[in-house]
Each structure stands twice: as structure tokens, then as C-alpha cells.
Design a protein around this ligand. Structure first.
Ligand SMILES: NC(=O)c1ccc[n+]([C@@H]2O[C@H](COP(=O)([O-])OP(=O)(O)OC[C@H]3O[C@@H](n4cnc5c(N)ncnc54)[C@H](OP(=O)(O)O)[C@@H]3O)[C@@H](O)[C@H]2O)c1
Length: 323
């Protein structure tokens, strides 16, 4: 297929483009930052500069590319400093998930694109009640913390707009597998503590496995939501020490809930302490997905072996170390 990948130069995009090409697809890959054209070309894609928030430019680029499929992986989280308000940190990404998705869907309709797959997110979204692991049929959090209302609404918009247009929204777990993953620096600096009893559950996925699932979703077609997460949703008290060890960092600190609320804010603590994990059963069954890293236990070690052996010195942030 001729596949238009929005966000081809990013963490997931750069794993996805080579896998698409290996499967015989032709890729038109968009980038945003000047200088990333060469990156997309080196991955095997045909680079196109595009701001997904510019509706007219999206229309032009898609009509010109004449793709049979569109994959939306554009986010704006690289280099974001996460503060007390998730909505502030995610503001540009929320626009990419609402206005950007709508622009790509409109262009897809006009260009007669048959398949549409988009990046959504699984962790911290399911209702903070009942069992620890949720399927796609389980309800989303009906009352997200005030500082994450817009972020949750943007992901919900993407899920609904894409599936009602006949496409697939992939609710990925927390991405890892590159030297510049979001958690690397804070965990190294012991700035990411275990909160309370560490019982909040997270789901992760290695970038290579996330890319494999995306290629399968493209081939599957149809409308639907899929959790793209590994086999082992786990409480913070379990995964965080393993991550620290994989990074060659000292064990994480522990902070009581009251102190965490003071430092990070009530909303962040509500999410971290109450979060539920996600089940990948549907993706395995319907997409035939198998994981190279079924658990973060092997995945963290594989991803960060090079970084840890460099004794904490930063490795090339542009280079993935997971494969
Ligand atoms: N995905 C999530 O929900 C999430 C949540 C929390 C933390 N993180 C962390 O954030 C980091 C990166 O996340 P990621 O993999 O989602 O993204 P990423 O690696 O930053 O890739 C984002 C892609 O979107 C493109 N892009 C950005 N703004 C755009 C715009 N206005 N129009 C069109 N394209 C645009 C970027 O282009 P250029 O690169 O060319 O600028 C890039 O190709 C990771 O370390 C991850 O751990 C992600």
C-alpha cells in the first residue's frame, strides 16, 4: 500500500517506517523539524514537511501523495517539561489529537483513503475502580483530575472520530526503547519516586513492538480500538526499581501520598496512585500480534543495556537502543 505517515520522524514513526517498507509498503513520511527530511529519507520514506495543524497544508499534502492509507503518529511531547498541569504540558499534542486528527480525516475522505490508523494512549485513562487490568470495553475515567480534563477529552475525541470514520485507534502503553525516553532522565536523577504504596498500575510497550502492532492494524482494516501494551501491567512499586536498575541508577525514593501531593499536585497523584493497566488480549487475538518484549522486565534491560554500561553518561539521544 501507499502509506502516508504523519510524524514519521518521531520515536514511534522512525521504528514504523522501516517495518512498513519491509512489509512491501511505500511510505510518504511527514516531519516537522527542519533537518528531519534526511532522517525520513534514511528510514526509506519519501519526506514531506507538514504542520498537521495547518488544515489547508494537510489537504494539499494528502491529495498530492495519493495514499491508500494514513497513519497519524504526530505528537508534540519531545522536550516537554511535565509540570503539575498535564493539560498545559499536552496543549500542543491535544491540538494534534483533535484538530490534527480532524484535518487528516477530512483529507482522507476527500482523497478516498481506505485505511486510517492513529495514535491514542492507554495508560491512566481507564476508570480508577474495579480490577487492575482493563479491556477496550471497560469505561474510561468518567472524572479525570481537573488538570488533565482537556488531555483526556482530546484522546477521547481521537478515539471516537477515528473509529466512527471506520479507522483504528491504537491505545499504546507508555513507550520505551530509545535512549531519550521520557522516564530516563528523571529516573536517573532520582526525581521520579514511588508514590505511596506504589500500587498504581502502568502498561508499557517497547517501540519496536508498538510499530509491529501498527503494521498489523494497517493490514487488518475495519474500525476499532486496540490496547497496544505488553503482557505485564504492573504496579509502580515493581516496575520502577527494575527501570532504575536497567539504567544503572540508584533505587528510586519513596514518598508518602501527602508529600507527593505537595510536590506534584493532587491531580498527578490521583492519576499515578489510582491508575489501572490495560489488556492486550484483543490485539493479540484480532491482529495476530506477538511481542518481541512481552514484559518490560526484559524490555527495559534490552533497551538500556548500552546506556547503563556507559555508567550513566548520556548516549546519543537520536539513536534508539532497543533493537
Ligand atoms: N505519546 C504519548 O502520549 C507520550 C506520553 C508521555 C510521554 N511521552 C514521551 O514523549 C516522547 C516522544 O513521544 P512520541 O513518540 O509520541 O513523539 P515524538 O518522538 O516527539 O514524535 C512526534 C512526531 O510528530 C511530529 N510533529 C510534532 N509536531 C507536529 C506538527 N505540528 N505537525 C506535524 N507533525 C508534528 C514530529 O516531527 P519532528 O520530529 O520532525 O518535529 C515527530 O515526527 C517519548 O520520550 C515518550 O516517552 C509520550
Amino acid at each position: 500500500m501507499r502509506v502516508f505517515v504523519a510524524g514519521a520522524s518521531g520515536a514511534i514513526g522512525s521504528r514504523l517506517v522501516p517495518q512498513l517498507i519491509d512489509q512491501g509498503h511505500e511510505v510518504i513520511g511527514t516531519f516537522r523539524s527542519p533537518g528531519n527530511a534526511e532522517r525520513v529519507r534514511a528510514l526509506g520514506g519519501q519526506p514531506v514537511a507538514l504542520d498537521v495543524l495547518d488544515g489547508r497544508a494537510v489537504r494539499e499534502a494528502v491529495l498530492k501523495a495519493e495514499p491508500e492509507a494514513i497513519i497519524h503518529q504526530a505528537t508534540a511531547l519531545a522536550a516537554v517539561r511535565f509540570g503539575r498541569s498535564l493539560d498545559r504540558s499536552f496543549a500542543p499534542t491535544n491540538r494534534l489529537r483533535t484538530e490534527g486528527t480532524d484535518a487528516l480525516l477530512a483529507a482522507a475522505r476527500e482523497a478516498g483513503v481506505r485505511r486510517f490508523v492513529a495514535q491514542s494512549f492507554a495508560s491512566y485513562r481507564y476508570a480508577r475502580e474495579g480490577g487492575p487490568v482493563k479491556t477496550e470495553d471497560d469505561p474510561l475515567d468518567p472524572a479525570p483530575p481537573a488538570m488533565a480534563l482537556k488531555t483526556n477529552a482530546a484522546m477521547r475525541h481521537l478515539d471516537e472520530a477515528v473509529t466512527s470514520a471506520g479507522g483504528i485507534a491504537l491505545r499504546y502503553g507508555g513507550f520505551y526503547g530509545a535512549a531519550n525516553d521520557g522516564l530516563v532522565r528523571p529516573v536517573r536523577k532520582r526525581q521520579f519516586p514511588v508514590i505511596g504504596d506504589g500500587g498504581g498500575i502502568s502498561s508499557f510497550v517497547h517501540l519496536d513492538d508498538a510499530a509491529t502492532a501498527t503494521v498489523l492494524a494497517l493490514g487488518h482494516g475495519g474500525a476499532g480500538l486496540y490496547n497496544i501494551v505488553d503482557d505485564e501491567p504492573a504496579p509502580m512499586s515493581e516496575w520502577l526499581p527494575v527501570l532504575a536498575e536497567a539504567l544503572g541508577a540508584r533505587s528510586p525514593r519513596h514518598v508518602p501520598l501527602w508529600l507527593a501531593r505537595l510536590i506534584a499536585g493532587k491531580g498527578m497523584v490521583m492519576m499515578a496512585a489510582g491508575s489501572r493497566g490495560a489488556s492486550n488480549a484483543k490485539a493479540k487475538q484480532e491482529l495476530g500480534w506477538t511481542l518481541r518484549y512481552p514484559s518490560w522486565r526484559q524490555g527495559f534491560a534490552a533497551a538500556y543495556a548500552a546506556a547503563a554500561s556507559a555508567d550513566g553518561r548520556a548516549s546519543d539521544p537520536a539513536r534508539g537502543v532497543g533493537s
